[in-house]
Design a protein around this ligand. Structure first.
Ligand code: PXG
Length: 463
């Protein structure tokens, strides 16, 4: 079955793609040699490629298609808004109804104290806004020397100059003289890598103490904010111990440091709460969002601004010299509105917390027994499997063997999209997934692990 009505062959699409389209985070030459997979349509939790292959999309597009593909309410909202008013700006004392309505609705689903939103076009732009807002806040309070933002190694906060600087990906920093000044990184709360032999609770406290060490080293009067993803997504679904975030909160409060939760992946139900900070038990001052706010149907991002910062910006701030053409884009906001309402109508946050999240955890506990799996962990509908050479000692494979990529190619070959971050296999399926589909997903994962195990065995990599 082919699913495209186009007369062009897959090879012709691939050739044109290679000739003209520079893909993000891609080795252009390597992709041109191999040819892109052409994705043609999606429905529910599945996508199809130009050769008619059906794939279970366990990464929700790119952590964003929370309500699944093909939702009529979002399509109709975009169409209606495009017909009525496809664009108007919100710069010169004008506004549009979808932007107002979405701002109102986001305030109502956010934790208490978040009554204001600043819209951007993406998560990266949202984090640029965070940087501008945090520094503006301290300027207004007469503490302009409070500039440093502390983040974590292996964090992902986007790919603009500020986003990549806030992020902790060394390979990104290596291209373009990043980070920019006054952004520093501490170690991540990755228990499997850094906390072997300790209880998770103790490791969580230890990892949080690295923040306090850094604040003390810099001097608290220089530290503007700490930023983190409640659960690191792109870094490999790293779920911190329960003790971590409350301790980070205590440290930030003690030193007057602002706390920023990057909710671009964790927001909008992914962890079984509206926002990941609620699942992880902390109360940030700012929350960056994107992706799940429109389920990726159209670009939209922004920052939820908590009372502490909103009060200063509004009452003492005068003009905030910052904004984007598409801040509050009416079509994007109309889709966001339809999406958030749909999440409410379908009860997806409860569905993740009470039903499919725990069910997935049960399946992952079974996968933990697989000989290749050193750690299986999940929170809501984010989950990771750490592939290891030796289950007993947790010894990793040599990274140049690229066992994760091997597993990923078995996934593609068997109708499953699963991400590999090194040898960590990660998923974040659409929130509409059912128990029966979780069974299907777990079955596919098991099969791909078995195929990978057979490969590493044949190649003698287990010795
Ligand atoms: N913050 C977080 C936590 C993210 O995950 C961004 C900010 C940036 O959002 P935009 O919309 O500017 O891309 C992200 C994006 C991956 C991957 O490989 C993850 C993201 C983007 C691209 C790839 O897992 N997350």
């Amino acid at each position: 079955m082919t699913t495209t009505t186009s007369p062009r062959s897959t090879a012709s699409w691939q050739a044109a793609d290679a000739a003209h389209f520079l893909h993000p985070f891609t080795d252009f030459q390597a992709l041109a040699a191999k040819g892109s997979r052409v994705i043609t349509r999606g429905d529910n939790i599945y996508i199809w490629d130009s050769e008619g292959h059906k794939l279970l999309d366990a990464i929700s597009g790119l952590w964003c298609v929370n309500v699944g593909y093909g939702q009529r309410a979002l399509i109709d909202a975009a169409t209606r808004q495009m017909e009525t008013l496809p664009f108007y700006n919100s710069f010169f004392q004008t506004t549009t109804m979808p932007a107002v309505e979405l701002a109102e609705l986001l305030s109502s689903v956010s934790p208490p104290g978040f009554k204001h939103v600043f819209f951007s076009g993406s998560g990266s732009e949202g984090n640029d806004t965070v940087l501008r807002m945090v520094r503006r806040y301290w300027d207004l309070l007469g503490q302009p020397q409070r500039k440093v933002i502390i983040s974590r190694k292996n964090a992902y906060h986007g790919s603009t100059v500020a986003g990549a600087s806030l992020g902790g990906m060394s390979y990104m920093h290596a291209q373009g003289d990043l980070p920019i000044p006054d952004i520093v990184h501490i170690e991540q709360p990755f228990a499997f890598q850094l906390g072997q032999g300790m209880s998770r609770a103790d490791f969580g406290l230890l990892a949080a103490s690295w923040l306090e060490d850094k604040i003390n080293e810099l001097g608290a009067d220089r530290v503007a904010a700490f930023i983190g993803e409640p659960i690191q997504g792109a870094g490999g679904v790293i779920i911190p111990p329960e003790t971590y975030w409350p301790e980070v909160q205590r440290i930030c409060d003690k030193h007057g440091v602002l706390l920023v939760s990057d909710e671009v992946i964790c927001g909008f139900g992914r962890t079984g709460s509206w926002f990941g900070c609620e699942t992880m038990g902390f109360k940030p001052d700012l929350m960056t969002f994107a992706k799940g706010v429109t389920s990726g149907y159209i670009p939209l991002g922004g920052v939820m601004v908590g009372a502490r910062i909103a009060k200063v910006l509004i009452e003492q701030g005068g003009e905030f010299e910052h904004g984007y053409t598409y801040s509050g884009h009416p079509v994007a906001c109309a889709v966001g509105l339809a999406n958030v309402k749909l999440i409410q109508q379908l009860g997806l946050v409860d569905h993740v917390r009470d039903d499919v999240g725990p069910y997935l955890a049960q399946k992952y506990a079974e996968l933990a027994d697989h000989p290749l799996v050193g750690e299986a962990s999940s929170c809501g509908l984010m989950a990771a499997l750490q592939l290891v050479k030796n289950k007993t000692t947790s010894m990793p494979f040599a990274s140049e063997l690229e066992v994760g990529m091997l597993c990923r190619s078995h996934c593609f070959g068997n109708g499953l999209v699963m991400r590999a971050v090194g040898d960590r296999m990660i998923i974040a399926p659409p929130l509409v997934i059912t128990r029966a589909q979780v069974d299907e997903l777990a079955g596919l994962i098991k099969r791909c692990l078995d195929l990978t195990l057979a490969d590493v065995h044949t190649r003698g990599w287990l010795n």
